[in-house]
Design a protein around this ligand. Structure first.
Ligand code: FAD
Length: 485
C-alpha cells in the first residue's frame, strides 16, 4: 500500500471511502485535478450495487407517476437529465485514457408495455415516460410490437405497445469499474485495498479514517461513498442520527449466454414496477445478455441471491421477453445492494462536520448519475463554482415526505397487486377486488401504527410489514427527527 500524503506527509487531500462507481468517478476527477486522493475498499467490492447493475444509463426510462408527483422527484429527474448529457464525453475520455473491454454495450432503449403489466402501474408509467420525453424534446419513436427486434414473448405476456429512446444506452458495469480504477491510478490516485472502520474527528472537523487494520489515514476531506454500508461509518459520528438512515435495496441480476448466441442491440425494458426497476434485458459481449432486476428492501445488505428472487427474475425474462432464454445458460448470478435512505431520496452534500462529505442513497440510478455527481462534488471540494443544485438532497434533513399517507398506501396496494399478476397468479373473478378492499385499510392502519406523523416511502412501508427490525429502525429514526425538529 502506498500511504501517499499531504505536503506535511500526514495524509491525503481527500480520502474517498468506497470503491464503487461513485467513489471511483469522483477520485478520477480529483486526481486529474492534481489532488492527492485515496480510494478505500476491498477489491472484490463486497455488497456493492455497482457490480450488479445493468447498467442502464437512463432517466426517462425510469420515470414513474409517483416520481413526478413531488418536487423532490422532479428535482431527481433533472439530475438524471443532466447526467445523461455528460455520458458521451465521459465515456470517450475514459476509453481514451485507458485500455480494456468496451464499456458501452447497448444502443438506445426500447420500452415495452406488455399484457402482464397493470393499468395502474404500467399504462400510467408508460404514458408518463412519453410525456416527459416530449416535454424535454427528447426523441423517441413508436415501434409495432410485431417489429420488435429480438422479442419473442410468451403469448399471454406479449407486448402490446413499444417505443424506442435512441438516447438512453447501457454500459458493462464490470468494464466501467475496471477502466475507472485504471484512470484513477494513471492520474496519480492511490487505491487502498482495505475498508475504513471509522471516521476520525477532532471536535467538529474530520481528520481522516481508521482502516480495519487499525492504521490511521489522515485527510483534509473525507467522502463517504460506501453504498448501503455507509451507515456503519455514519454510526461512528455524532451527526449520524441526524441523517436519514440507509438500508439496502437488495437486488438480483444474472448474466446469460443465449442458446442461439444472439443479443438485442438495445436495452429492452418494461416501465418500473413491483417496487423494482422494471424487467430489463441488456446486451453484453459475445452472445451474453444481462437480465435484471429484483428489488427487496433489506436492513442488512446481502451478498447472495435468495432462490425466490432468482426464480422470479428468470421466469419473468423468458416469459415476457424471449422464450428461448429458457434453454440458455445462466453464467453468473449477481446480488447487489442499492443504497436506499429512509425517505428513498439521495444523500448528497456536506455531512455536517468540517471536511465531511456524503455521496450515497442513489438507489436505482447511481451509476447513471456518476459523471454528474463526480464533477459536482469535485467542484464543491475544490471550492469552485457549481452548476447543479444538490440542496434538495442535503444529508442533514428532516425526512422528505414526497407523498401523503393515502398516496403511499395507494402505491403500495397497486404494486402489491401488480406483483401478483407478474407472478402469474390465477384467482377467481371478484377476488382481486376483495383483496384490494382489505389491503387498503390494512396498509393504512399499518402506516398509522408505525408513526402518527411521518409515513415511510411505499417500498419501506411495504417491507416493514414483514420485518420487525425495519419497523424499529423507522420508529427510532422518526423519534430522533422529532427531537431535532
Ligand atoms: C441489481 C441492480 C441493478 C441496478 N441497475 C442500475 C442501472 O441499470 N442503472 C443505474 O444507474 N443504477 C443501477 N443500480 C443502482 C446502482 O448500482 C447504485 O445506485 C450505484 O452503483 C451506487 O454506487 P456507489 O458507488 O454509491 O455504491 P456501491 O456500488 O455499493 O459501492 C460501494 C463500495 O464501497 C465498499 N465499501 C463498503 N463499506 C466500506 C468501507 N467501510 N470502507 C471502504 N469501502 C467500503 C463496497 O465494498 C463497495 O465496493 C442497480 C443496482 C442493483 C443492485
Amino acid at each position: 500500500m502506498n500511504a501517499g500524503g499531504n505536503a506535511d506527509g500526514t495524509g491525503f487531500d481527500v480520502v474517498v471511502v468506497g470503491n464503487g462507481v461513485l467513489g471511483l468517478s469522483l477520485a478520477r476527477v480529483l486526481a486529474r485535478r492534481g489532488q492527492r486522493v485515496a480510494v478505500l475498499g476491498r477489491p472484490h467490492r463486497p455488497w456493492a450495487g455497482s457490480t450488479a447493475a445493468g447498467a442502464m444509463l437512463g432517466c426517462f426510462g425510469e420515470v414513474t407517476t409517483s416520481l413526478l408527483a413531488s418536487e423532490h422527484g422532479r428535482a431527481k429527474l433533472e439530475l438524471g437529465i443532466q447526467a445523461g448529457r455528460m455520458w458521451p464525453q465521459w465515456l470517450a475520455e475514459l476509453e481514451e485514457e485507458t485500455d480494456g473491454t468496451a464499456v458501452k454495450t447497448a444502443e438506445g432503449t426500447t420500452v415495452i408495455l406488455n399484457t402482464i403489466g397493470t393499468a395502474e402501474i404500467d399504462d400510467t408509467n408508460y404514458q408518463a415516460i412519453r410525456a416527459e420525453l416530449t416535454r424535454h424534446s427528447e426523441p423517441f419513436e413508436d415501434i409495432e410490437p410485431a417489429d420488435l427486434d429480438w422479442v419473442d414473448a410468451d403469448p399471454i405476456s406479449r407486448p402490446l405497445k413499444a417505443f424506442h429512446i435512441p438516447g438512453e444506452h447501457a454500459v458493462n458495469s464490470a468494464a466501467l469499474l475496471e477502466r475507472l480504477e485504471s484512470a484513477v491510478v494513471q492520474a496519480g490516485g492511490t487505491l487502498i485495498a482495505e475498508p475504513a472502520a471509522r471516521v476520525v474527528h477532532q471536535g467538529d472537523r474530520v481528520t481522516g479514517v481508521v482502516l480495519a487494520s487499525g492504521e490511521k489515514i489522515g485527510a483534509d476531506h473525507v467522502m463517504l461513498a460506501a453504498g448501503a454500508r455507509t451507515q456503519e461509518l455514519l454510526d461512528t459520528l455524532p451527526v449520524g442520527p441526524r441523517i436519514p438512515r440507509l438500508v439496502s435495496g437488495y437486488g438480483v441480476s444474472t448474466l446469460v449466454r443465449t442458446v442461439d448466441a444472439t443479443t438485442p442491440d438495445s436495452v429492452i425494458r418494461t416501465p418500473n414496477r413491483s417496487f423494482a426497476c422494471g424487467l430489463h434485458v441488456v446486451p453484453r459481449s459475445e452472445g451474453h445478455v444481462y437480465l435484471g432486476a429484483t428489488n427487496v428492501i433489506s436492513v442488512e445488505p446481502r451478498d447472495t441471491a435468495e432462490m425466490r428472487d432468482l426464480v422470479f427474475l428468470l421466469q419473468c425474462a423468458h416469459r415476457q421477453v424471449r422464450r428461448n432464454l429458457w434453454n440458455s445458460d445462466v453464467t453468473k448470478v449477481q446480488a447487489g445492494n442499492r443504497p436506499v435512505s429512509m425517505d428513498a431520496f439521495p444523500l448528497l452534500g456536506e455531512g455536517g462536520m468540517d471536511g465531511l462529505w456524503i455521496m450515497t442513497g442513489t438507489y436505482r440510478d447511481g451509476l447513471h448519475l456518476s459523471p454528474l455527481l463526480a464533477q459536482e462534488f469535485a467542484a464543491r471540494i475544490l471550492g469552485e463554482q457549481t452548476r447543479t443544485d444538490l440542496e434538495p438532497f442535503t444529508p442533514l434533513r428532516q425526512p422528505i415526505q414526497a407523498w401523503t399517507r393515502e398516496e403511499s398506501v395507494g402505491i403500495v396496494v397497486d404494486h402489491q397487486i401488480g406483483i401478483g399478476y407478474e407472478q402469474d397468479w390465477t384467482i377467481p373473478v371478484d377476488w382481486h377486488h376483495w383483496i384490494e378492499m382489505d389491503l387498503r385499510p390494512a396498509t393504512l392502519n399499518w402506516a398509522n401504527e408505525i408513526d402518527p406523523e411521518f409515513t415511510p416511502p411505499p417500498e419501506l412501508l411495504f417491507a416493514s410489514r414483514f420485518d420487525p427490525e425495519l419497523v424499529s429502525i423507522l420508529r427510532k429514526y422518526y423519534a430522533t427527527c422529532r427531537e431535532h425538529s
